[in-house]
Design a binder for this molecule. Sequence first.
Ligand SMILES: [Zn+2]
Length: 270
Amino acid sequence: MGPYSDLIFQMSLHLIQLPILTDNYAYLAVCSQTKACAVVDPGESDSVLEALDHHKFTPSLYLITHHHGDHVDGLSSLVARYPAPVYGSQFDLERHQIPHQTFGLRENDTVALGISSFSVIETPGHTLGHICFTWSDGIFSGDTLFAGGCGRLFEGDASMMYMSLQKIAALSDHTLIYCGHEYTDSNLAFAHTLEPNNSTLNQKISDVKTKRAKNISTIPTTLKEEKSYNPFLRAHVPELIHSVQKLFEIKNPKDPTLVFEATRLLKDQF
Ligand SMILES: [Zn+2]
């Protein structure tokens, strides 16, 4: 079983997950009717070119969640071989932060891929111009929402990131979360320090350990699952609030943004 055997049928979209660099995921999203192909967050080019050759796909467009090198560094080589429009946020376009970017996207903008299309959610926090791409039953969440965690606050602040995560949380519970990194194991270890009695979390930890021991991806998860153990979607849960308060003074523990902020700070030190 090679890394490209993981072809997942998603209504009219095929998704191919590409493990790249140390722990990143790039993706190919392919319209099953027209074979139009989107390359998502190519942090390097070699693995992506190999997958494109293997499947005989030609990119119709590139989708970029944010400007960090581990999401864009493959663009130059890819665009040289397969010229196609590069979509990222309007914010990143104005600051020339994404190489070869041709289109700037804002909230609710759509990008067509064959008979499918992606809708844009602006999710500032990890970076100020971070966006996520959603479709009928999934989301490319980049470095905003991870399985069991969320991105670090490199450019934005806690209230921004909290709002961004709440936007994602408002999607259907069945939404499949395709994030930018395989961080699930360490994220869940942190979650366990805050909710040691969460049985769903404990079962998930065990499942993830089994998968990772066999080098199997833990992505995608579902939004429903994430709501049951991801501490960054659980700022309202009494056990979590209690645990965070033992480690960090929160002015108003009924304010989920403050609980989220304290949780994020604790994770930074974990
Ligand atoms: Zn990043």
